[in-house]
Design a protein around this ligand. Structure first.
Ligand code: BTN
Length: 248
């Protein structure tokens, strides 16, 4: 494999899409793609991601972790943890993780994470870990101000470069821990940074119910105690946390 690539661009459609192409062409782990603006930024669940010029950290990192395919969903938790750690360390702000991987600050969304995973005959071929961190106030549309926030809403000027450097270092350290000890390597830290665990949640999608989020299991699934007292595993879908991002 060749040397890691670091693409820093003024504009691209989506850093995830571009890095996925590089991954398929054999780019090594640690390659990254960062841009000032995306013209077709992608969010989770097929949504688009607003990515105006110079307002965010629109970034994708290529990972090729030596983990079993069933551990792959835990990488999404690692990415959110790395960004939470970077924000806390660089700014002192109390960034928390809304399961599985939204970063929130004082109840509003600060960063989204989108993972794209490619499998080959040997298991995981690549994971493109995309993060959209709202750095400046213009990162999110004005009509989302009730549920979105940015670093600049709390600290000015926002330290974008330092956030990038600390995020990359934290991501490497946390994914190493995942490779070494699977869930046990990250569970403690994830619980500490979570705003979901211990809170009242509303689960929507293929199953719909409300309850209290008690824990995550070794696959990264959320364990929610429903109103009948039954503990239910939530694997994916939308989970709203009371008091966070507009859920009252
Ligand atoms: C979400 O819906 O919360 C996830 C948003 C992820 C956005 C980032 S920005 C950089 C990377 N490239 C994309 O097209 N999406 C991700």
């Amino acid at each position: 494999m060749g040397r890691e690539e670091a693409l820093v661009l003024a504009e691209t459609a989506s850093t995830n899409t571009l890095l996925k192409q590089l991954a398929l062409a054999g780019a090594p782990a640690g390659s990254l793609c960062l841009c000032e603006t995306q013209t077709a930024g992608k969010g989770r669940l097929g949504r688009s991601w607003h990515s105006p010029a110079g307002q965010g950290l629109w970034l994708s990192v290529l990972l090729r972790p030596r983990i079993k395919p069933e551990v792959a969903p835990l990488v999404t938790l690692c990415v959110a943890m790395a960004m939470a750690q970077a924000v806390r360390k660089v700014t002192g702000l109390d960034a928390q993780i809304k399961w599985p991987n939204d970063l929130v600050l004082r109840g509003k969304k600060l960063c989204g994470v989108l993972l794209e995973i490619g499998f080959g005959p040997q298991g995981i071929d690549y994971i493109v870990a995309g993060t959209g961190l709202n750095v400046r106030k213009g990162a999110y549309p004005a009509d989302l101000a009730h549920q979105a926030t940015s670093i600049e809403d709390h600290i000015s000027p926002p330290p974008r470069r330092e956030l990038l450097v600390h995020y990359l270092a934290a991501l490497e350290e946390i994914t190493d821990r995942l490779e070494e000890s699977d869930f046990a390597g990250i569970a403690g830290d994830y619980r500490v940074h979570s705003c979901t665990l211990g809170s009242q949640v509303k689960v929507s999608g293929s199953m719909e119910f409300t309850g209290t989020a008690e824990d995550i299991d070794e696959t990264g699934a959320l364990l929610v105690r429903d109103e009948c007292g039954e503990l239910r595993r939530v694997l994916a879908g939308d989970v709203s946390v009371r008091g966070v991002m507009g859920y009252v």
